[in-house]
Design a binder for this molecule. Structure first.
Ligand SMILES: NC(=O)c1ccc[n+]([C@@H]2O[C@H](COP(=O)([O-])OP(=O)(O)OC[C@H]3O[C@@H](n4cnc5c(N)ncnc54)[C@H](O)[C@@H]3O)[C@@H](O)[C@H]2O)c1
Length: 471
């Protein structure tokens, strides 16, 4: 009996596809072993066995991981059988161009810039994984035009942020930051004036999404009353209550914590009028985005005594690297005034920076990349139409999954369906995003000898960007 590698080689020879062809990555999901490996959110309940699509050896897949991506990701890729090349740091541009020519997937964090120039050299690349929240470091539009999908991990660190905010609520209420600084400089200052328990106080959460909702549960467990304001109607967790306006939330809350995205509507969402609308002696916490709070106005509100304390984790301008004297007036003009205030906790954008979050990011992004490589599922992609089909059943042995990325122009689906029409189209789904469209189709009654012809016909269609066949 042939080994999987021999079978893979046979198919590859039959198709006469060179290693440098993007189709060479049309490869093998090992979805069953992959699913068995990960418990909880990463394990799916499978009611009946599904077919493993295995055209080529997974060993053909090359993954380049930069910037010390978490070990959990390496484990997932190695379990898949992929070849993993790992670097602790980013690579200089010329080296990156050399490396990216070869690989089918690349994993980066925030320092590696994947510009148009670099992406033009990425002849085999099908997918980019940003093992972080942001994706600004990637030219998303160029990637989409080249048929390269990009994934990130927006929510793996929600719990870490929520826990930090809980810590900050108590720290502000008890003035712990000031007491600690005083002790470090030899001052003993045992006071209870204006130090509070948080039990029975009201927390106002602005933005009741992944982080806001987690925070709500934790705060209630500590005896706080929780109000929240969100542009959407969202069902409350526990006993928390949604309010209709931001002003109502500001007027009724002792602590106000922001958990909204950066948009034109949220820019300076808290400024002079909003601080004025708060209770005297309220506390403000921002671990969302730096533009959401007008910090110059916050400084004034604190100097006047209106606001009793603030915790900031994010800033309009943040240093690009770690180092001394970087958080200074040159970066944000109000810095020296802000740092001189009492009961202000300043942290360097560490809300999501925990070992657990890094590990969860590794799992989430590596899982998304493997699923895209193995099954074509693009759910969660940030630059690409999100398309997914349910798995093929085990008994569907003569089935082929067609993955076809194309320019979003009229008539393409008609051309493609003409090509597929000699076979039974079991299911198909297509979606577009801007100029790019992505079609997934499972077709049955396909003889292995037909596969090469199918692939070549699809590749010759005028608006095609990339084709992959999984079988
Ligand atoms: N400090 C950190 O390290 C860190 C880590 C992770 C996330 N974040 C930031 O935290 C914020 C929240 O993240 P999330 O994962 O909870 O996001 P999310 O998308 O799950 O939730 C955001 C919520 O804000 C609501 N919203 C949007 N615009 C609004 C507006 N104008 N007024 C009221 N509500 C509005 C949305 O409806 C949504 O419910 C984001 O800005 C994110 O970038 C910071």
């Amino acid at each position: 009996m042939s080994s999987p590698q021999q079978i893979a080689q046979t198919f590859q020879n039959a198709l006469n596809i060179s290693d440098s062809s993007p189709n060479a990555v049309s490869t093998s999901p090992t979805q069953n072993s992959y699913l068995q490996q990960f418990a909880g959110a990463h394990r799916k309940s499978i009611s009946k066995p599904t077919k493993t699509l295995k055209p080529f050896s997974t060993g053909d897949i090359k993954i380049l991981l930069l910037e010390n991506v978490n070990q959990t990701a390496i484990n997932i890729f190695q379990t898949q059988g992929y070849q993993v090349e790992f670097y602790k740091s980013s690579l200089p541009e010329d080296e990156l161009i050399e490396k990216i020519r070869e690989v089918h997937a690349i994993g980066i964090r925030s320092k590696t810039k994947l510009t148009e120039k670099i992406l033009q050299h990425a002849k085999n690349l099908v997918v980019i994984g940003c093992f972080c929240i942001g994706t600004n470091q990637v030219d998303l539009e160029t990637a989409a035009k080249l048929g390269i999908s990009v994934f990130n991990s927006p929510f793996s660190n929600s719990r870490s942020v929520a826990e930090l905010v809980i810590a900050e609520i108590i720290t502000l209420a008890r003035q712990l930051g000031d007491r600690s600084i005083e002790m470090h400089t030899g001052t003993w200052n045992k006071v209870s004036a204006k130090c509070w328990e948080i039990r029975g106080k009201t927390l106002g959460i602005v933005g009741y999404g992944h982080i806001g909702a987690q925070l709500s549960v934790l705060a209630e467990a500590m005896g706080m009353n929780v109000l929240y304001f969100d542009v959407n109607m969202i069902m409350s967790l526990g006993n928390s209550k949604q309010v209709d306006t931001l002003d109502e939330l500001l007027a009724r809350s002792d602590f106000i914590s922001l958990h909204v995205p950066e948009t034109s509507e949220t820019k300076n969402m808290l400024s002079t009028p909003q601080f004025a609308a708060m209770k005297n002696g309220a506390y403000v916490i921002n671990a969302s985005r730096g533009t959401v709070v007008d910090i110059a106005a916050l400084v004034q509100a604190m100097k006047s005594g209106k606001i009793a304390g603030a915790a900031l984790d994010v800033y309009p301008n943040e240093p690009a690297k770690n180092g001394e004297n970087l958080f200074a007036n040159e970066l944000n003009h109000w810095t020296s005034e802000l740092v001189s205030l009492r009961n202000v906790i300043l942290t360097p954008h560490i809300g999501g920076s925990t070992e657990e979050a890094q590990s969860a990011i590794g799992i989430e992004v590596a899982s998304a990349l493997s699923k895209y490589i193995n099954e074509g599922a693009s759910t969660g992609a940030v630059n690409f139409p999100e398309v997914q089909l349910r798995a093929l059943d085990l008994d569907q042995q003569n089935s082929v999954r067609v993955l076809y990325i194309h320019q979003n122009v009229p008539g393409v689906l008609k051309t493609v369906n003409n090509i597929l029409s000699n076979h039974n189209i079991e299911k198909q789904f297509s979606d577009s995003r801007g100029d790019i469209a992505y079609l997934m189709a499972d077709i049955s009654d396909v003889d292995t000898t037909d596969i090469k012809s199918l692939y070549e016909q699809l590749e010759q269609t005028p608006y095609r960007i990339a084709t992959r066949l999984l079988y």
